[in-house]
Design a protein around this ligand. Sequence first.
Ligand SMILES: Cc1cc2nc3c(=O)[nH]c(=O)nc-3n(C[C@H](O)[C@H](O)[C@H](O)COP(=O)(O)OP(=O)(O)OC[C@H]3O[C@@H](n4cnc5c(N)ncnc54)[C@H](O)[C@@H]3O)c2cc1C
Ligand code: FES
Ligand code: FES
Length: 472
Amino acid sequence: MIKFILNDQLVETSVLPTTVLLDFIRKEKKLTATKEGCREGDCGACTVLVGEVAGNRVKYKSVNSCLMPISDANAKHIVTVEGVNNSVLTPIQEAMVDEGGTQCGFCTPGFIVSMTGYFLNHDKFEIDKAVDSIGGNICRCTGYAGIKRALEKANGAFSGNGSQAKTHLEKLITNKFVPQYFLDIPKRLKQIPAIPTKAKSKVVISGGTDLYVQKWEELVRSNADFISADAKLKGIAKTKNRIRIGGAVTIEEIKNSNLLQKIFPHWNEYFNLFGSMPIRNRATVGGNIVNASPIADTVNILLALDAVVHLRNGKKNREVALKNFYKGYKTLNKKPDEIIEAVSFKVPPRNFFFNFEKISKRTFLDIASVNSSIYLELAKRRISVIRISAGGVAPIPLYLAETCKFLKSKSVNTETVLTAASIAQTEISPISDARGSAEYKRLLLRQLIYAHFVKLFPEQIELPIPNTNERN
Ligand SMILES: Cc1cc2nc3c(=O)[nH]c(=O)nc-3n(C[C@H](O)[C@H](O)[C@H](O)COP(=O)(O)OP(=O)(O)OC[C@H]3O[C@@H](n4cnc5c(N)ncnc54)[C@H](O)[C@@H]3O)c2cc1C
Ligand code: FES
Ligand code: FES
């Protein structure tokens, strides 16, 4: 039995655990305000909030219910738009009406849910973060200006009453952002037992953001294990000289990690380029690695950090360097019953250089045409450690071994960078597809290698970098 709270109702169900939450909400529970649009995590019409106990409160995340197995709803609070108001419009809903934030209305429930999630999680309003929270919600009618104004107007309503409220949640309830029943949710959730995870079946589902897009019909009929809540696969920790990230840690958790943000000053910006917030709230690092897409962003970054994959099969453990993990297109150095327990990399010394670049057809909410990361250390003004990765230019996420071999012990200057970029061309084998022609991808990788050095060493690189073809 899967048990959870759907809005204010306790639900106990024995539907197949692989059932997509969206289908359960709409077809079994007839809560049809949550819409079905793309079923691929792209439109946000199906957005719901998933609340999980964190101490004495519940932390809410927006997710795409079209990609979430119902099994992962166990012991959680699922909030659809029907659950945010009792009989009157909330200030967010009112603001959307007043500011012209809704027209045909198809996207509106998803927006309302994401916005409510923002207010539930933030007691201080920042428009940039509020806009980020609706990043995965697409509207074909309004042009977004009205929606942004609605966020600001709703904040005005929130800043008004409730100064006597003891908690942020009480203040939201006083201002009618969410109903009274939210207060009892932590207590009610704590009474629901967890479902033990096994990871013994043929199919392992973590966030489901790749699997449900690729083969949901096959998946819903399969006997699967759900590992996204497995405590052994969670957590980001620093040991003496390594950082260890659990296999089921989500991309949003990686993005927001204080530990990682302290080491990498632009960390947050890199992961802002990964999907949308609802996708990042579900997508995991283990899934990104095993899905083995040549353009996987986290893999690209981890390759340059010389990460090691920690595999587990029952009590047997082994480690593989990430750069040796991919043997061919979607062929892995991994046995079928091994799971990724964690991934780890050495804590960089004080003076290191790191950069990640991603080019896609749209800057945000898009997968890469080509991506690349660089890690570099200098000793006596020469390159002592160098690692560069390249995605979208080979059947696997690529580590540019020959380029790195050339760069080792060189000093950083325009000539060195030009030669490195042309050696990189000999290591890649891009193909033409929807994300660009092979020639275009070659050009992109060259530019990304230039971009790494221009960003990291602006004073040592002559700008503009001459075109290598012109020089030859
Ligand atoms: C709208 C959208 C946008 C996206 N944007 C991006 C993007 O910008 N950049 C990007 O890189 N990716 C993107 N993705 C792809 C996807 O979100 C990522 O690859 C994600 O990290 C997959 O993780 P998951 O937990 O959802 O994997 P799942 O779908 O659960 O699993 C994927 C595969 O990995 C296996 N698996 C998962 N975890 C483990 C584990 N711990 N051990 C062993 N096997 C495991 C599963 O069995 C399956 O074969 C996007 C996807 C969508 C739908
Ligand atoms: S239906 Fe489009 S994101 Fe779920
Ligand atoms: S109001 Fe029509 S899609 Fe947003």
